[in-house]
Write a protein that binds this ligand. Sequence first.
Ligand code: IMP
Ligand code: MG
Length: 205
Amino acid sequence: MILSRRLHPPARRGRFNIIWKGSVPMLENDIQEILFSEEQLKARVAEIARQIEADYAGKEIMLISVLRGSFIFMADLCRAIHLPCTLDFMSVSSYGKSTTSSGQVQITKDLSEDITGRHVIVVEDILDSGNTLSYLLKILENRHPASIRLCTLLDKPERRVKPVEVHYTGFTIPDAFVVGYGLDYAERYRNLPYIGVLKPAVYGG
Ligand code: IMP
Ligand code: MG
């Protein structure tokens, strides 16, 4: 796996350097390297689903998606799990327009459901510094679920600042800023069906 040497792009300032193809901007042209293809993602999501089914056999689970990055992973994962399951969504802000988390986390959309006594699995796109999730998990634990586990599609352990216990990880990746399959750079690229590394030219690197 060859990764860009420029690991994290700087915070977005002003306009994007979108790479145009003819008169249409093509997201694909901004990607330097595909890390995980649609097929690889699908296969790994199915494996995680089997693991969750085995661990929670006979129980009803509640999947909590941390918006917005995990929305595609959540959609695929919940359809791959054949257990009774409810879904809820919450949103936290920790980055603003920057690409590194500040440690200052705010709940911007809380859950609709009560999690007391439920078997909760928090579904995240990526675990980076751990700032967001260590804060979020503490808040959720205080609401007394029957159990709580974390499922993250990607994990960048090299960048961890706060320890976070993870039960299900899709892929462990090196320190690179990735986009696609729900993950964004300044709100773009979420709709790419695969996960890739941005070309440095996009963020002026
Ligand atoms: P943490 O608080 O540093 O662990 O930040 C976690 C959040 O930062 C994730 O849920 C993502 O929204 C975002 N994030 C971290 N790394 C990346 C990346 O490589 N690409 C896109 N978003 C990222
Ligand atoms: Mg996220």
